[in-house]
Design a protein around this ligand. Structure first.
Ligand SMILES: *Cc1c(COP(=O)(O)O)cnc(C)c1O
Length: 507
């Protein structure tokens, strides 16, 4: 048996620990429901327990594993927990984790075809499978990025290339100010991308929305035409199917008419809701998305693939290619007719992310994946019915996908107090460790979100969270909340009293 080079890990040691780690992962996944969902640590607590410097000489794996269990694990918020209902659930799965293991082992960098032909070609095949699964026509070409934020950045870079071609050689200094159209419900990554592309924060025009918070097409058309008559340059429209806050749907078909008649790029953000397009009964929400120039969907959100894995589909990758291809001599490889991942984005290096998605799609199969999505939709429907039947609770309507938005709103409670009470209920449920929910604001008022998407979530977890919310509300009534002058001041959290932690932005 050969050693793994001078200073590497001996193969027998790797094998021994590899088996132990896989055993640990199997136990962790089957028992993750016993952990508190939310990490019960104070800021800085984990850091304080870690050495300030790397060890001068190497340590045994035993010591690392011990610290992993005793220091790292208590500081983990368990996204794998079946009662994780915050943000949008990012749920891995057994086959996805195994695929990720092999990706780490191979450690290829699929920057050009030759640097790992199978990684490039398996990505193309898997993205074709996914494309067909969600009912998009074969005219779309896919590429995998880490996150939807980066996919959207690339889509808008392609849009800028098409609409402001002078920007690539000469920069934006002499160019007319570009405009991107989206609603206020749009994910923050759109504004970030527009800023990073040099169009400025003000380069995003917030188009008015209708009652369900979907984009108002008449307002869109009026805004584009007004800008086009002035010295502005309309560049792209971003439509969302399943917004982050409320899962609202922009009317993509009508928006596509407007974008097409004005020659604008249309990007569709379906980062969360995209997999639901695989269900025939949900297709109506996606009407017209096949007319988009680019579409993003995240298998790492609602398709049981470990983070990170975001699929960007382009009707014609030429503009993306034009924006990013640039081949220095040392990357010229000479093959004809092959695609190079490095030409489709900012990054040169590419992880072999397709492998885990390929494992997920093969292991569950299309029918298996549809069955899990249907279960999540049914759980959301059942929860919505319970909320509707509870006299002191309100539900935001419509609830189109697997998210239920609700609040405790007994008659006669003023809005400031209602906001404070709902935040306190959320804090209490989250601090209990039994479930994790998040919140959002609608017209400046607090609502709570229960987003169902974990592969292990069952009725008991959803109803457990609903019960915990009701218990929180009952306790709120008893405590009287006299001290709640403003949202969340002095909210109890576990054993300690501390100011409200700033909630992270929904992913
Ligand atoms: C989660 C989400 C994003 C951002 O996804 P990342 O992969 O975390 O960048 C973008 N758009 C929508 C609609 C989302 O729900």
């Amino acid at each position: 048996m050969t050693e793994w080079g001078p200073g590497g890990m001996p193969p027998e040691e790797f094998r021994r620990w590899g088996h132990r780690f896989v055993d640990w992962v199997a136990d962790y996944l089957s028992g993750v429901g016993d952990y508190p969902v939310l990490a019960a640590v104070e800021p800085g607590e984990v850091r304080d327990r870690l050495a300030a410097e790397a060890p001068a000489s190497g340590e045994p794996v035993e010591a690392l594993f011990e610290d992993f269990r005793s220091v790292v694990l208590p500081g983990i918020t368990h996204w794998n927990h079946p009662a994780f209902f915050a943000y949008f659930a990012v749920s891995g799965s057994g086959p996805g984790i195994l695929g990720e293991l092999l990706t780490a082992a191979l450690n290829v960098n699929a920057m050009v075809w030759k640097s790992s032909p199978a990684a490039t070609e398996l990505e193309q095949v898997t993205l074709d499978w996914l494309r067909s699964f969600i009912g998009l026509p074969p005219t779309f070409t896919g590429t995998i990025n880490d996150t939807a934020s980066i996919s959207t950045f690339h889509a808008l870079a392609a849009a800028r290339e098409q609409q402001l071609p002078e920007a690539r050689p000469g920069g934006l200094a002499g160019a007319p100010p570009g405009r991107v159209y989206a609603t206020a419900e749009t994910h923050s990554s759109i504004v970030k991308a527009v800023r990073a592309l040099g169009l400025g924060h003000d380069g995003v025009h917030a188009v008015a929305t209708g009652a369900g918070r979907g984009m108002d097409p008449a307002a869109l058309a009026a805004a584009i035409d007004r800008d086009a008559r002035s010295r502005l340059r309309p560049v792209a429209v971003v439509a969302t199917i399943g917004t982050t806050s409320l899962t609202a749907v922009d009317p993509v078909d009508e928006i596509a008419d407007i974008a097409a008649s004005r020659g604008l790029w249309l990007h569709v953000d379906a980062a969360y809701a995209g997999p639901a397009a695989a269900l025939p009964r949900m297709r109506a929400h996606f009407r017209g998305w096949e007319r988009a120039d680019s579409i993003v969907i995240n298998p790492h959100k609602w398709l049981f693939t470990p983070i990170d894995c975001s699929a960007l589909y382009l009707r014609d990758p030429a503009a993306l290619h034009a924006a990013f291809s640039l081949t220095p001599a040392y990357l010229e490889t000479g093959e004809e007719g092959v695609a190079h991942n490095m030409d489709l984005g900012l990054a040169l290096g590419r992880r072999f992310r397709a492998l885990k998605l390929w494992f997920v799609m093969r292991y569950f199969g299309q029918d298996g994946l549809r069955a899990i999505l249907e279960r999540h939709l049914r759980l959301a429907r059942d929860l919505a019915d319970l909320v509707d039947a509870a006299p002191d609770w309100q539900r935001w309507r419509p609830s189109l996908f697997s998210l239920v938005v609700l609040r405790y709103a007994p008659a006669g409670m003023g809005s400031g107090r209602r906001d404070a009470v709902n935040m306190a209920i959320m804090e209490q449920v989250n601090a209990s460790g039994a479930a994790l929910v998040s919140h959002t604001e609608i017209d400046g008022e607090v609502w709570l979100r229960i987003a169902i998407g974990n592969i292990h979530t069952l009725e008991e977890h959803v109803f457990g969270a609903w019960t915990a919310l009701q218990d929180g509300a009952a306790e709120a009534g008893q405590a009287g909340w006299a001290d709640l002058a403003g949202p969340l001041r002095g909210v109890r959290r576990g054993r300690t009293t501390r100011p409200r932690p700033t909630p992270p932005e929904p992913p």
